[in-house]
Design a protein around this ligand. Structure first.
Ligand code: HEC
Length: 246
């Protein structure tokens, strides 16, 4: 004799409940597709090329050494202020290398002190970038990327909002007739992927190669959530296993 059925399955719930579950799941699915489209439109052009790429993600979170204010100025309107043209490449190379302080002291400060601080000193022109010391030069030599404040804001919205969505999708999904071990793992995966996604935004800000983790975890969350939705809708309406009591 098999043990009596203790847990609710789709076959145990009313048609009205199935309808409610189904419209909820389909609306969430549509919302997710819209979120993807939104991500595409907000990020796709960061690198100047159409289409969403890893570079777009890197620029959004990490910033780009090609788009610093100092780099743009020295490539453009400020170039004539350089006494030696060759110093332009020295400065651009330093920006590319990450604009650190030791190299600043060794190579960059002498150039700026000679050619730039005549104007770029707070006491002379308070509205211009201060090029007299590393901290303020560093600000114009690093570019873009997400600020911690923005990441924190987006993270808390994501974590609260998506946790709710995943919880309800998971609650419905648990009514599927499936191996229990598969279900136990399957309900954790989208949550884990979301956490990994959020954590990797912060890491990508420091280390651009983590952009791949952002993409992987985002895709894993979408995939595992989509699978739960599709399986649930399928089992709710098209699947009828004889009650075996297991
Ligand atoms: C003769 C005065 C003068 C000198 C010398 C000078 N600048 Fe400037 N710089 C300016 C002015 C004025 C602006 C503002 C230009 C504007 O906003 O159109 C500016 C703007 C800038 C900016 C900010 C651009 C932005 O993103 O708003 C940077 C960076 C900069 N200069 C770097 C330099 C560097 C590097 C040097 C030395 C090679 C230099 N400047 C030499 C007057 C000067």
């Amino acid at each position: 004799m098999a043990a009596p059925e203790r847990y609710t399955r789709f076959r145990d719930i009313s048609v009205s409940e199935r309808i409610l579950n189904t419209v909820f799941l389909l609306t969430i699915g549509l919302g997710y597709l819209m979120a993807l489209a939104n991500m595409y439109y907000t990020h796709q052009r960061h690198d100047g090329k159409a289409g969403l790429s890893v570079d777009d993600i890197i620029i959004s979170y990490h910033g780009s050494n090609d788009q610093t204010r100092l780099g743009t100025a020295i490539n453009g309107i400020m170039e004539p202020n350089l006494r030696f043209k060759s110093d332009k490449d020295v400065i651009l190379q330093w920006i590319q290398n990450g604009a650190d302080e030791p190299e600043y002291n060794e190579k960059i400060a002498p150039i700026l002190n000679r050619d730039c601080v005549v104007c770029h000193t707070p006491s002379i022109n308070p509205s211009l970038p201060d090029l007299t010391h590393y901290a303020t030069v560093s600000e114009v030599a690093h570019a873009g990327g997400a600020t911690i404040a923005r990441l924190v804001r987006v993270s808390h919205i994501h974590l609260f909002g998506i946790a709710f969505i995943l919880f309800f999708i998971g609650k419905i999904f648990l009514l599927c007739d499936l191996n229990v071990h598969v279900k136990r793992v399957a309900v954790v995966i989208p949550f884990a992927a979301m956490l990994l996604d959020v954590v990797s935004w912060f890491i990508t800000k420091q280390n651009s190669s983590f952009a791949y983790v952002v993409i992987f975890s985002g895709a894993l969350m979408g995939f595992s959530m989509g699978l739960q939705i599709l399986l649930s809708v399928y089992q709710m309406w098209f699947y009828s296993r004889k009650n075996t009591g297991s």
